[in-house]
Ligand binder design. Structure first.
Ligand code: FES
Length: 126
């Protein structure tokens, strides 16, 4: 099994903030599972992180290609399988087959320009 990504005090370094363009998204495979399991959407210096798994069908990855988690307007997360739309900030499905369900929040934070993820600690819903 491959080693995991660099760790900082129990947290895993995902990338630098500037590696995600403002208003864009990026997927990560921090535990080296062979596919992206975590998505981060950047809005300025605000970060929204969700497990890359659609609540419609458990475990289904959401991007239609690497790092493509947003709709054309970049105002919703979209699942490529059946088109469900999710609020970026709350993770709530606002349209589609899992209406009312939510993405699973992940705990990320920004420190010194680095985006860090703490494994096993979902962020509390807003
Ligand atoms: S698996 Fe995501 S909308 Fe169906």
């Amino acid at each position: 099994m491959a080693s995991s990504a660099p760790r900082v005090s129990g947290e895993i370094l995902l990338c630098r903030l500037e590696e995600i363009p403002d208003g864009d998204s990026r997927g990560f495979d921090p535990l080296r599972e062979g596919r992206d399991t975590l998505m981060v959407i950047r809005q300025g210096t605000s970060l929204h992180a969700w497990r890359d798994a659609c609540p419609h069908i458990s475990g289904v990855p959401m991007a239609w290609r690497k790092d493509a988690y947003l709709n054309a307007c970049r105002d919703r997360i979209v699942c490529s399988a059946h088109g469900a739309l999710f609020d970026i900030a709350t993770g709530l499905c606002t349209l589609g087959p899992c209406l009312g369900d939510s993405l699973e929040p992940m705990s990320v934070r920004l420190e010194g320009g680095s985006i860090l993820w703490r494994p096993g600690q979902p962020r509390l819903p807003r």
